[in-house]
Design a protein around this ligand. Structure first.
Ligand code: UTP
Length: 290
């Protein structure tokens, strides 16, 4: 079955970015001049998935407004003859077919996905987290879909991370199948380096079979009262195989301050309109003087 729908859990509180996220969604923080969430929706569309289900919550209206038509802005841009900008703005509202559903309480990533159950229905689907930006030639989600099309089972995006950072991730233990593909044997949420089955960490891109919803319904909340996706994946793995794809590309943890700054600098350096001046600025920057 073709992957047609993508769920975007965007109802988290973004505590790592307070106070910026007190009244604004972290998904709307700009990397250069585009909100993080737009990069990720564009990745889904480039992967052939343009049916987007956004899971939002209170205080997230700006996301809906961003992907909507903006009459006043378009009128003013047209009147002032700023036609390039007008074209750019109009494109955003036509990017994808968006539906919205609310997670009433931030009860975890797993719970946010469960909230989208009725909109996804009984078909395999993608999940993309706005926390992770991936810069790659072949979109990261497309790489997972290619694996799904071959093996017809859930696929997790994984990346090798340094041992000292492993405690921040869900980690897999796996059997190598081919090239960069593993069959998942073990899943551990936020392990200590000693307990980690490998240094392959799960990042914010998934292709999931609809059976995950049953697994999520069975998943008990953790000590913090949250339903963790990794725990549901463990239940799913007992019923059907799960694969992992070590994707090719560079990932930025944009939900974290340092990762966000790295993304901002590197995306700016890739922009033809900014690259040379920004590079010159960085070269001359004397950090000791700041
Ligand atoms: P995070 O673990 O990054 O949580 O969620 P967060 O609350 O957004 O951010 P911090 O850690 O407090 O700074 C990972 C993804 O899951 C979504 C988030 O929006 C993010 O895309 N999420 C998390 C939900 O949609 N609902 C939740 O209850 C929790």
């Amino acid at each position: 079955m073709k992957i047609k729908k993508a769920v975007f859990p965007a109802a988290g509180l973004g505590t790592r970015f307070l106070p910026a996220t007190k009244a604004s969604p972290k998904e709307m923080l700009p990397v250069v001049d585009k909100p993080i969430i737009q990069y990720v929706v564009e990745e889904a569309v480039r992967s052939g998935v343009d049916n987007v289900i956004m899971v939002t919550g209170r205080g997230k209206r700006a996301i809906e407004d961003h992907f909507d038509k903006s009459f006043e802005l378009e009128y003013e841009l047209e009147r002032k003859g700023k036609l390039d900008l007008l074209k750019k703005i109009r494109k955003i509202a036509k990017l994808a077919y968006l539906s919205y559903v609310r997670q009433k309480e931030a009860l975890g990533l797993g719970h946010a996905i469960l909230v989208a159950k009725n909109l996804v229905d009984d078909e395999p689907f993608a999940v993309l987290l706005g926390d992770d930006l991936v810069y790659s030639k072949i979109p990261c989600l497309k790489q997972l879909i290619n694996v799904y099309n071959k093996y017809k089972c859930s696929v997790l995006a994984v990346e090798r991370v340094p041992r000292e950072q492993i405690h921040s991730y869900g980690v897999i233990g796996g059997t190598h199948i081919e090239d960069n593909i593993y069959q998942v044997d073990e899943l551990v949420e936020k392990p200590s380096p000693a307990r980690a089955p490998s240094n392959l960490a799960i990042i914010g891109r998934y292709v999931l079979t609809p059976r995950i919803f049953k697994a999520l319904e069975k998943t008990q909340p953790d000590q913090g009262g949250e339903i963790q996706l990794t725990n549901a994946l463990k239940i799913l793995k007992a019923k059907e195989p799960i694969y992992a794809c070590e994707f090719v590309g560079k990932r930025y943890d944009a939900g974290d301050k340092l990762g966000f700054l790295q993304a901002t600098v590197e995306y700016a350096l890739r922009r033809p309109d900014l690259a040379s001046k920004f590079k010159a600025y960085l070269k001359d920057l004397d950090v000791n003087l700041i």
